[in-house]
Ligand binder design. Sequence first.
Ligand SMILES: Nc1nc2c(c(=O)[nH]1)N[C@H]1C(S)=C(S)[C@@H](COP(=O)(O)OP(=O)(O)OC[C@H]3O[C@@H](n4cnc5c(=O)[nH]c(N)nc54)[C@H](O)[C@@H]3O)O[C@H]1N2
Ligand SMILES: Nc1nc2c(c(=O)[nH]1)N[C@H]1C(S)=C(S)[C@@H](COP(=O)(O)OP(=O)(O)OC[C@H]3O[C@@H](n4cnc5c(=O)[nH]c(N)nc54)[C@H](O)[C@@H]3O)O[C@H]1N2
Ligand SMILES: [Mo]
Length: 703
Amino acid sequence: MHITLTNLTEAAAGQPDLTTRQVRGACPHDCPDTCSLLTTVENGIATRVQGNPDHPQTGGVLCNKVSRYTERTYHPERLLTPMKRTGPKGSGQFESVSWDAALSDIATRLQAIAARNPEAILPYSYAGTMGQVQGESMAGRFFNRLGASFLDRTICATAGSEGLTQTLGGKVGMRVEFFAQAKLIIIWGSNAIGSNLHFWRYAQQAKRDGAKLICIDPRKSETAEKCQEHIALLPGTDAALALALMHELIKHDWLDHDYIAQHTLGWDALRERALQWSPERAAQVCGVPVEQIRSLAYDYGQCFVNQQPAAIRLNYGMQRVRGGGNAARAVACLPALIGAWRQRAGGMLLSSSGLFPVDKAALQRPELLAGRSPRTINMSTLGDDLLRPSSPDFGPQVEALIVYNSNPVAVAPESGKVVQGFAREDLFTVVLEHFQTDTADYADYLLPATTQLEHWDVHSAYGHTDALLNRPAIAPLGQAKPNTQIFRELAARMGFNEPCFADDDETLCRAAYGDKIDFQQLLDQGFATLKLPDAPFANGGFPTPSGKCEFFSARVAAMGLDGLPDHVANYEVPGSSKEFPLAMISPPARNFLNSSFVNVKSLRDIEGEPVLEIHEQDAAARGIVSGSIVKVFNQRGEYRVKAQVSKRARPGVVNSLGIWWRKLGLDGTNVNQLTSQQLTDLGRGPVFYDCLVEVQAETPSNM
Ligand SMILES: Nc1nc2c(c(=O)[nH]1)N[C@H]1C(S)=C(S)[C@@H](COP(=O)(O)OP(=O)(O)OC[C@H]3O[C@@H](n4cnc5c(=O)[nH]c(N)nc54)[C@H](O)[C@@H]3O)O[C@H]1N2
Ligand SMILES: Nc1nc2c(c(=O)[nH]1)N[C@H]1C(S)=C(S)[C@@H](COP(=O)(O)OP(=O)(O)OC[C@H]3O[C@@H](n4cnc5c(=O)[nH]c(N)nc54)[C@H](O)[C@@H]3O)O[C@H]1N2
Ligand SMILES: [Mo]
């Protein structure tokens, strides 16, 4: 790689660093794998980022994206100075200004709004970095002290998390390494090869040792094609499938009666519910052959009969539909039925994040709220909420938006509305970023943030059970500052003089886990494995109110909802509309991470262009051939992509891959132009994969 920013890095460091060394860090990205990184630094420049071979979960292996991390870090378009808007909103025209000028003006503007009502200020952040410190630590303190609106951070996982929590008691489950010893692995709503590579290594090991792998996914993903079975159900029908599976377990008495009696709650009611879901009925709803459902139940039931470990790797792909919470609840009931939890290689894993002893209060200091309880705005309805006027129900109109670790103009649903909101001339927008993203184009001030190679952080994981420490490998590029430092300096300018605003990043790293994790071990080795039992629920002990696996949840019933899991049909049921006959899902592209990396040329070159996979039947009916530029549209909007007639798509469902930057797409929009702002049954999450569309050829082919 050719490095052009040598001078900038050395200037920032004060003096040339002529050593060669390796620095241990952590991958910051929103991915279950949270890898341990080794960065080679030569003369102050990061020349190589590798997976740490001493970290068992990483095993020295990195994904394609992060192995090219230096290309992203030293990208010629990195933001290196604060910038102030000069053109109209959204034009992306800026001039460089000093930090002093930018921060003083931002503080003045925020103070003026806060004097009227601090709830008119909204922070907007998600998982650009998953770090505890560069995430919500100093930022949380800042917004708590200000009394800004709270943000409900729902955009990814809250339906599944809530479903899991109401059933198992939290984001808890199997340890990922034990999947290697399972005899049956059901990969449910996950393209592990693309999004959970290190789990896939364990699944491969199990397969070599004779395990059967079954994938449940509307798309014949890279993962699905490597499993022995693939069940290509319609999006949003997973609960129906899970209930039919229970139906078969009951009919054949493949049930661990003892486990059910001792460690579950609500069995009689669930049994009655499941008996309403014959495989025939579910086959109809799911759009799959009835034999596939029977055979899945047989495989799962045989694990009980033969006392072999059966493990489910559920991922968040299946909860981005109206019934996502119920679907996660239904699947989470399955392991208890066959007593799969009795073995360490049995049970299920959706997320392990609830196992980490993060001290959020120490990081975010809720006492700074001083008794105030600001209103909460759901990040998944940002489009609507930016366009709402003040009202007694809503509270004050949003007058200022501070965006960090997120690219909402690209990733939030119904982007037509999001863009309209960001384009409001009376909205004051500050964006902390590495690059001039679609969101950054709308900023009044654009502030350069450091990357993971340039700052401290600590990380929990959601796919394994190790905490990691990230040390800075290089000095900040240009004038970039860590998020923490930007909020520290803003706090000072706002006159927030509580001592906690002076905490440095290493202090924040230590505060994240307090004495629950040995910080010295993090310093010495880069990671620390949580001390956990091998088979956490072998003898029950679920962290629910009853201590049992709650088939029936009194907490869900208390919300006025069905206390038992059921199939909740999509808002936009596949096949229900003549006008929009195709269901569209938009799962991750392997070489991007949400909208991150789309601007890294070598990765974009692999992905090519925005692509829509379509089944040959649906393509033929519309005169579409591979390579055609097609218009995909519904009542919310339209966008253009290149069609790929593909066996990866099932009839009736089109797959639009990845969250492209709008400005790098074919017509200045992306797939979220079409997605809706409806919310899930549990957890108030978005329904990206609950979306009907029609597709039209614009050019027959550009071949
Ligand atoms: N390379 C890469 N890795 C990533 C990401 C990325 O963008 N790129 N994103 C990261 C993020 S933010 C997250 S939250 C995690 C987890 O991210 P997930 O979104 O769970 O990612 P995938 O593993 O791709 O799983 C989604 C799979 O679910 C399938 N699916 C869609 N609808 C349904 C449905 O109704 N039912 C079922 N059963 N399956 C359905 C899709 O076809 C896809 O194969 O991965 C992370 N890892
Ligand atoms: N259609 C559709 N839409 C989706 C999804 C889908 O599957 N389909 N997936 C959804 C999911 S699961 C998620 S999690 C969301 C993801 O949404 P986001 O969390 O917004 O993720 P990214 O698009 O990766 O944007 C993160 C941004 O943070 C910036 N960043 C990274 N590190 C730092 C830092 O240290 N400081 C600052 N200031 N900035 C930093 C990056 O440069 C990047 O532009 O998107 C959702 N949107
Ligand atoms: Mo996500």
